[in-house]
Design a binder for this molecule. Structure first.
Ligand SMILES: Cc1cc2nc3c(=O)[nH]c(=O)nc-3n(C[C@H](O)[C@H](O)[C@H](O)COP(=O)(O)OP(=O)(O)OC[C@H]3O[C@@H](n4cnc5c(N)ncnc54)[C@H](O)[C@@H]3O)c2cc1C
Length: 249
């Protein structure tokens, strides 16, 4: 575990319930991360015990792995949450103890022909981090689907980054799946319903496809079962569930 300190530089509202927090990173040995990884922020429980919460690095990486002096995180507020309470009260210049980077929710070195990168909420940030690496894979012939579940348009975090790639590349598909309300100006790929409904319409080829699932644990579990039933080997279904650790007793 590499201890780091994070100092808040700025915050930007992404929607009613989500902010993008930008931190500078202080670390003795420097901080190098891979697109798709996360950091742990350290907190103290009400009973005085140390605990942590994890947050994916949301920056668009220039390359697959790089040294970083600043990181962004998209944080959704959870009512009564420990991290929510601390983070929502932070001012520019305030510092947090943290550690990282952690995680293997990254692109594998070998290229797959088709990528299905599936998310709900802030679970889309690892894919944002990967955008430049995905561009390389697209240039090499891959097809990429970013399938994004949200209740309505405001939940489509960082949509502009994915739409720009969708406009620029015919083999990149940004597929918003809106469960409650469609967009005022829908785009051709927009879907109504949960991401699972959209995935159910696809045929998956175990020889060429890989899927990544990130965000709401219920979505991750349901989509995992669906993809497995549709023949995708479990080694080709990568998962990251956004859950808090159990309180330490
Ligand atoms: C690898 C990893 C990466 C993560 N990345 C991100 C990220 O980039 N952005 C982000 O916002 N979160 C992310 N999370 C989730 C994050 O770590 C926290 O779990 C979340 O922010 C809630 O923390 P909290 O301390 O505010 O709430 P807690 O004190 O943990 O929870 C308070 C109460 O709310 C419930 N609860 C917890 N989470 C939710 C939820 N999402 N919806 C409804 N109820 C909930 C809890 O069960 C508890 O009852 C990630 C989790 C993991 C494991």
């Amino acid at each position: 575990m590499t201890p780091i300190a994070l100092t808040l530089i700025s915050q930007k509202e992404l929607n009613d319930n989500t902010v993008d927090l930008k931190f500078s990173v202080q670390s003795e040995g420097g901080f190098e991360a891979q697109a798709g990884q996360f950091v742990r922020l350290h907190f103290t429980q009400a009973d005085g015990k140390e605990t942590f919460r994890s947050y994916s690095i949301a920056n668009i990486f220039e390359q697959e792995a790089q040294a970083m002096t600043e990181i962004n995180m998209a944080v959704s507020w959870v009512e009564g949450g420990l991290a929510t309470g601390v983070l929502s009260g932070m001012q520019a210049g305030d510092t947090l103890e943290a550690s990282g980077p952690f995680g293997r929710f990254c692109l594998l070195p070998e290229r797959h022909d088709r990528y299905f990168l599936i998310a709900t909420g802030t679970g889309v940030t690892p894919y944002r981090a990967m955008i430049n690496v995905l561009k390389e894979r697209l240039e090499a012939g891959s097809e990429v689907y970013v399938v994004m579940g949200a209740q309505n348009e405001t939940g489509l975090l960082y949509a502009e980054d994915f739409e720009a790639l969708d406009d620029a590349h015919e083999r990149f598909h940004y597929v918003p799946c809106l469960s409650r309300e469609s967009r005022l100006k829908p785009r051709p790929n927009d879907q109504a319903g949960y991401v699972q409904l959209y995935l159910a319409t696809h045929h998956f080829d175990p020889a060429t496809d890989i899927a990544y699932l990130c965000g709401n644990p219920e979505m991750v579990d349901e989509a995992f079962t669906l993809l497995k039933e549709k023949g995708l080997p479990i080694q080709q279904i990568k998962r990251e569930k956004y859950i808090s650790p159990k309180p330490r007793g």
